[in-house]
Design a protein around this ligand. Structure first.
Ligand code: GLU
Length: 354
């Protein structure tokens, strides 16, 4: 068992030092199984689910329709920096909604646990990621940062007085999570910018409810850019491992966010990371995750590492089908479900417990 107490890190950010929710210690337990075991299980999961041809590639953003549905990659990165990959794990694709988890972390780091909760909320909407009805049913509150409306509000809260400064903050922060500079896929950006009428409508509606403190069109543009950043499954596994490692990138050893921010980010991923199928995911996998409509899923085993998959065939909610199967299988075979416990051995007869 590894136990790490980092209570004094609260002093790094004055916004957090006054927040009682951030004064607790942080404990990580366990580790990934041995190298050979992980790579063998990765190979098995890839071979088992590569033949699944259910689901369809997203096409509501025209350039996403060009994705090759046969692609399938899996990557795992431990908090000690060891990594394991199989298949198309280096194939680059646009991060899409997975960016929401990392924007949340970066903004939460900047403005604190309580402020983001009050501004956006942390409950699942139970409705699709681009739902207008969810906003109307909740008095204009986005409810959580993993849906488009919540992600748009998070961007308004990002540090920076101009759109360029906010974008720089987000692009640089996400690059620190990945351990190298993440670049924009210009085709995807232009394709989505030309067709994202619904997101512009969500931003305008948020403005009408008084929940959008920055220009709605500029905010939507920054959101479209963040969704168009190029990543691979290997990048996402490192980004997930950074959240698993109390906010320190296990490859660069750079502190990206505070441990309390990882805790908060993983909580919203657990409740809302797989759209309206988040409950099914948590029940089957028992780990926080976030998916995106280009076919990626990032999953975090706190204290142990990050796992990521890429396969563009999606279920009706927008989650990669092969990815969900592969991660469910790996969570079980690697023993990562955070809700699973084994009973404490009974005391030997005649011994007394203190
Ligand atoms: N950029 C996409 C949109 O706003 C992201 C959707 C997603 O991956 O959930 O529609």
């Amino acid at each position: 068992m590894v136990s790490r107490d980092s209570g004094d890190l609260d002093l790094l950010n004055p916004a957090r030092a006054t927040d009682p929710a951030d004064r607790t210690g942080f404990t990580s337990t366990g580790h990934l199984p041995a190298r050979g075991t992980v790579s063998g299980l990765l190979r098995d999961a890839h071979a088992t689910y590569a033949t699944l041809d259910d689901g369809t590639v997203a096409d509501y953003i025209p350039s996403l329709a060009a994705a090759d549905p046969s692609r399938f990659g899996i990557s795992v990165c431990g908090v000690d920096g060891t990594s394991f990959s199989i298949g198309d794990a280096q194939e680059a694709f646009s991060i899409q909604s997975i960016s929401k988890a990392f924007t949340f972390a970066l903004v939460c780091e900047a403005i604190g646990h309580t402020t983001v909760r009050e501004a956006v909320g942390v409950n699942n909407t139970g409705l699709p990621f681009d739902s207008v009805m969810a906003l109307e049913l909740n008095g204009g509150s986005p409810r959580n940062p993993m849906v488009n409306a919540g992600a748009l509000v998070m961007i308004t809260l990002a540090p920076g007085d101009s759109a360029a400064a906010k974008w720089q903050f987000l692009q640089e922060g996400m690059s620190r999570f990945a351990g190298h500079r993440l670049l924009l896929d210009v085709d995807v950006y232009e394709s989505e910018a030309a067709t994202n009428h619904r997101n512009r409508a969500l931003a305008a509606l948020l403005r009408s409810y008084g929940h959008m403190s920055y220009d709605p069109l500029l905010t939507t543009d920054i959101y479209t850019r963040q969704c168009s950043l190029l990543v691979s499954a290997m990048d996402l596994a490192v980004m997930g491992a950074t959240l698993a490692d109390g906010g320190v990138n296990p490859l660069t050893h750079e502190r990206v966010v505070h441990p309390s921010v990882c805790r908060d980010t993983l909580a919203v991923m657990a409740t809302s990371g797989l759209y309206q199928r988040s409950g099914d995911w948590l029940y089957e996998v028992g780990l926080p995750g976030k998916s995106g409509v280009s076919g990626g899923i990032v999953t975090v085993a706190p204290g142990k590492g990050g796992m990521a998959t890429y396969s563009p065939r999606l279920d009706p909610a927008g989650n990669s089908i092969r990815g969900q199967h592969a991660i469910r299988s790996l969570s079980r075979s690697l023993g990562l479900n955070v809700f699973a416990s084994a009973p404490e051995p009974a005391p030997a007869p005649g011994t007394q417990t203190p």
